[in-house]
Design a protein around this ligand. Sequence first.
Ligand SMILES: N[C@@H](CCC(=O)N[C@@H](CS)C(=O)NCC(=O)O)C(=O)O
Length: 223
Amino acid sequence: MAKREEDVKLLGFWASPFSRRVEMALKLKGVPYEYLEQDLMNKSPVLLELNPVYKKVPVLVHKGKILLESQLILEYIDQTWTNNPILPRDPYEKAMALFWAKVVDEQVKIRFSTLVKAEKGVEVAIEEARELLTFLEKEITGKYLFGGKTIGFLDMVAGSMIPFCLARGWEGMGIDMIPEEKFPELNRWIKNLQDFEIVTECIPPREKQIEHMKKVAVRIKSA
Ligand SMILES: N[C@@H](CCC(=O)N[C@@H](CS)C(=O)NCC(=O)O)C(=O)O
């Protein structure tokens, strides 16, 4: 079990799936951390100093070492505190978890912007987003969670991003992107995730997140 003197700080933002997943990982490992909420509209000198390349959260500081990029931070946490594994130990399963996590963070996330801009039309944008979700629907079929019986890497990446961030953004546009009848397995997974305190503690408040995602949509449109 991790001890007090671990000296872990997390620079994050309440609505960010990237920093929420890092919190899930720290909670799963039982690592105490100091959380420093960031104002992304008015970035602090400390954030700019610690992440001068991307100027983004999350930033994890462990005993003075600076860790950037949420998926890499999850790997670092997993290798530093070895209790309650996050990544599969099997090399093939690990590669697949990393592959699907990349799909979520790159492709599924981009589909939110595609829909906001709706350049090809709303129906086409919805179709494209659902096509990607269908791959995940197949992946989760027959499993309790992506990580099996316990929360794993893909549960943290996809769980922070899809139901509690993107789906709420789509909902703000009046779209139920993951309807139960089309995605029964993903809906089951979303419910299963919420059996875990480390997840429920990291889910942003629903209405506040929807309002936040509406503002994100306005920014995407005017960019
Ligand atoms: N690939 C990065 C993405 C991090 C990211 O996009 N963070 C957003 C918050 S959700 C941010 O800090 N945005 C500030 C900005 O873009 O100026 C990761 O996985 O950590």
